[in-house]
Design a protein around this ligand. Structure first.
Ligand SMILES: Cc1ncc(COP(=O)(O)O)c(C=O)c1O
Length: 421
């Protein structure tokens, strides 16, 4: 498969190049030049397969010819080695949650990060690289765990100081070894801007080979396509999905699954008060406001990086906004109330997942993506009087010292750090 740059379509690269570069020229995002489509009988066959086996079939064409089928099989089985559950939250409306948080860092990001780490290790062989990642919370933990102690890889995680849930922060800032963490004096968009600037800094790139593990990296999104198939495999009547959205990578993956032939009808991209996309869908103007801090901090993104991918897919495959792709903004008050009501009805959801369940409450036959384990957001749950047992992954790091280094929101300082350390 080849990949083209959305900002400069004449830049066409292989899968290996796309995942190493992260971003193309002019900071353009890579997309596959064609999306393989499966037709009726093949879709049924795929839906009858176990998750990992099916995922090999889905991903193999995107990695060919550089990775042969057996290599893809090895990567996928090793990366996707944890459970995915579809839990019912409202039987009468056939509403569900697809729980994607049973991996090592307790968030859906484990799928993409583990898959990318394994692909990059193969591509890099014995070459050194530095992985740059901006995180609003969960990416940091997933990437840190996926690359921890991988030879030749230095990982630098940038996160907005004081704006990430404390337990989330502990999951990535306490590892050390090849995982470095920078607490940036700014918001997530500022962290993302520093990373982007490093990618367009040719001189820096000559001195320090860098790759990205953010959802700008197409490998992460391809991995995420796989779990959309699992929704219908587990419940054939579910045909709508609600995606708690920040950077819009997960929504991009869902749309790719639909193009591939998965019979999904409608997508609800649920946002918090950072409502650039719902406002855009309403009045057609792209007018990001400054980022607002919310209880769903992993979605505090005012300038979603992946939205050009969503727009491209909508244009190329005829998905209409407000017919196939919907978007709604949910307030913190609504999110907290949703956490409480869901809990009293017997389902414990983290705030991001609860926000999605709330946004899609009027839909039937819908699965909301359960994006993070509730225990990662103890403060919000405790405020609602909910007591949660800490899963071992969190209990282990709770009392550990953060190793993060403070960093000004200043590109020159960041550049120096990259070159010196
Ligand atoms: C818990 C959680 N929910 C939702 C999202 C939003 O996903 P996306 O950025 O792909 O829209 C994130 C991403 O950071 C997250 O960590």
């Amino acid at each position: 498969m080849q990949y083209f740059n959305l900002k400069e379509p004449s830049q066409i690269v292989s899968f290996s190049e796309a995942i190493q570069l992260g971003l193309g020229n002019k900071q353009g995002l890579f997309m596959p030049t064609e999306i393989p489509e499966f037709f009726d009988r093949r879709i049924i066959e795929l839906l009858n397969m176990p998750f990992a086996e099916r995922s090999v079939e889905i991903l193999a064409p995107y990695l060919a010819p550089e990775f042969d089928y057996d290599e893809v099989k090895e990567i996928v089985h090793d990366a996707f080695n944890f459970e995915i559950k579809l839990e019912s939250v409202n039987e009468s409306k056939n509403q569900h949650v697809l729980e994607l948080f049973h991996g090592p860092s307790l968030a859906f990001k484990d799928f993409g990060a583990r898959f990318l780490a394994r692909c990059l290790s193969k591509v890099l062989g014995s070459n050194d690289t530095t992985i740059l990642t901006a995180t609003s919370g969960d990416t940091g933990a997933a990437v840190a765990h996926a690359f921890y102690a991988v030879d030749n890889v230095r990982v630098i995680i940038l996160y907005p100081k004081g704006k990430v849930a404390p337990l989330q922060e502990k999951l990535f800032s306490t590892l050390g070894y090849n995982i470095e963490t920078l607490a940036v004096d700014g918001d997530f968009d500022a962290c993302q801007a520093l990373v982007k600037q490093a990618f367009s800094d040719e001189k820096l790139r000559e001195a320090v080979p860098i790759s990205s593990a953010n959802s700008i990296n197409i490998a992460r999104l391809l991995a995420q396509v796989c779990y959309y198939f699992e929704i219908i495999a587990q419940h054939p009547q579910v045909n709508n999905v609600c995606v708690p959205s920040g950077n819009f990578g997960n929504l991009t993956a869902g749309l790719i699954a639909k193009v591939m032939g998965l019979p999904l009808q409608k997508f609800m991209a649920a946002t918090n008060a950072n409502d650039t996309v719902p406002r855009f869908l309403q009045d057609g103007t792209w007018a990001p406001n400054p980022t607002i801090a919310t209880v769903t901090n992993a979605m505090d993104v005012a300038q979603p990086n992946n939205f050009p991918r969503v727009e491209y897919l909508a244009r190329a495959y005829g998905f209409k906004f407000n017919q196939t792709i919907f978007s709604k903004s949910v307030t913190d008050t609504q999110t907290k109330a949703a956490v409480k009501i869901l809990h009293s009805n017997g389902y414990l959801a983290d705030p991001h997942t609860a926000l999605g369940i709330f946004a899609s409450r009027e839909w039937e036959n819908v699965a909301t993506l359960g994006t993070a384990h509730p225990a990662k957001f103890l403060e919000v749950l405790t405020e609602q009087g909910i007591i949660v047992d800490l899963p071992p992954a969190i209990a282990k790091v709770e009392d550990k010292q953060s190793l993060a280094i403070d960093m000004a929101n200043d590109y020159i300082a960041f550049r120096e750090y990259l070159k010196e350390a």
